[in-house]
Design a binder for this molecule. Structure first.
Ligand SMILES: [Zn+2]
Length: 401
């Protein structure tokens, strides 16, 4: 008990890493079946695993729906400030500690959005499958990250195992030719009558005003895109939030498919029950169902990939594979995010990531547990001496990490 009072954070983390191993989540899941995909796996580069506590926290912050991000931030800022302020010490130290936690949390949020880092990569075991993204943006979009070029986007995709991606800027046709490191395919995301429609193909400009008046006018867009040789996909969260009662009419008017997972914070809250309804509708009409990174230049990781089967059309032509942590966003109420998001993160760890977490926790624990002699400086010297102390205490049994 005394040990827990002195090292509450290290021991709590250690318990979470160990206990969550008894209820693990798969690395990937196919939302249509709820099972891990047979032909794809997620690989973690060595640098990602070595820095697992950092990598996993940044991934978990990236895969938060908007409401859950707000709730998690509010709860943790208050909690960390209180934890810092209530620990014993002189007032100035308490104030510094109360500020340190919230500042560190905000810095982690900024790092999740912008810091270059090692990322997980999807690999497939079936060479007949192509890994693609149907929906992503560059700085040509009004809400795209400034300076986020098509080449940046291609590199972002390639690092995560994508073999091609459509570029679908808001109401701007993509006309660049990018073949390396992966081919970028032309598309566009039209905003009409409260709905975003991703058009896939080297299409022509449209007179957006004709389709923007109301739902009836919007329905005419699908036929217009067909005349241009483009497929039309209804994007999330718009068809869920603004046109849920119109999806049957979308299908009747010639829509080619639906997004069922979209990694944008506004779209991550899409509930699984609604996803099942869309999957049933798409299966009944042999329509495409896709996942969309909807990348705008922020964040280093995607929550979803698509496995395209060549030579097949319609519902069976595309398999969506997603990170369970992202899919869970629609299943948990926003106010629970402060504890459900960390718990889901720990359940998502692979064995190598768990080993990395435990190693880091022990390193910090030993560093802090060994009393310093007067005049000792901080830093790695203390850690080295700490290990020396262990060796002295248990002769013949050198401590190994
Ligand atoms: Zn978009």
């Amino acid at each position: 008990m005394n040990l827990f009072r002195r090292h509450p954070i290290a021991l709590t983390l250690l318990a979470l890493v160990v206990i969550s191993a008894f209820d693990p989540l798969p690395a990937l899941v196919d939302p249509a079946t709820g099972a891990p995909p047979a032909d794809a796996d997620l690989t973690h580069p060595l640098a990602y695993v070595v820095a697992a506590p950092f990598s996993d926290v940044l991934d978990a912050l990236t895969f938060l729906s908007l409401d859950r991000a707000r709730a998690l931030l509010a709860a943790w800022v208050v909690g960390l400030a209180a934890f810092g302020a209530l620990r014993p010490g002189p007032p100035r130290r308490r104030v510094a500690r109360a500020l340190l936690g919230p500042i560190a949390l905000l810095a982690l949020g900024g790092a999740a959005a912008t810091l270059p880092r090692s990322v997980p990569r999807l690999v497939t075991t079936d060479s007949a499958l192509t890994v693609i993204d149907y929906h992503a943006h560059t700085s040509a979009s009004h809400d795209g990250r400034r300076g986020w070029t098509a080449l940046d986007l291609a590199r972002w995709h390639a690092a995560q195992g994508f073999e091609a991606s459509y570029v679908t800027d808001h109401n701007v046709l993509f006309d660049q030719r990018v073949q390396q490191p992966i081919p970028l395919l032309p598309g566009v995301e039209w905003s009409v009558a409260g709905q975003h429609v991703v058009a896939l193909a080297d299409t022509l400009p449209i007179d957006r005003g004709r389709f923007d008046r109301d739902t009836r006018s919007l329905l005419a867009l699908f036929g217009e895109l067909h005349r241009h040789g483009a497929l039309s996909i209804a994007s999330l969260p718009e068809y869920w939030r603004a046109h849920w009662d119109d999806v049957d009419e979308f299908v009747a008017a010639g829509l080619d498919g639906f997004e069922i997972v979209n990694c944008a914070p506004k779209a991550l809250a899409f509930p699984d029950a609604r996803r099942r309804q869309v999957l049933a509708l798409a299966a009944a009409h042999d329509l495409l169902v896709v996942g969309a990174s909807d990348n705008h230049g922020w964040g280093k990781v995607t929550c979803v990939w698509n496995l395209v089967v060549s030579g097949v059309r319609g519902y069976r032509s595309n398999q969506v594979v997603a990170r369970p942590l992202a899919l869970a966003q629609g299943e948990w109420l926003p106010w629970t995010a402060a504890y459900t998001q960390p718990w889901l993160m720990f359940r998502s760890l692979s064995w190598s990531e768990r080993c990395s977490w435990i190693t880091w926790i022990l390193v910090v624990f030993i560093y802090r547990a060994v009393p310093r002699r007067a005049g000792d400086a901080g830093g790695l010297g203390i850690l080295a001496r700490s290990l020396e102390v262990f060796r002295l205490r248990w002769p013949g049994k050198p401590m190994t990490l």
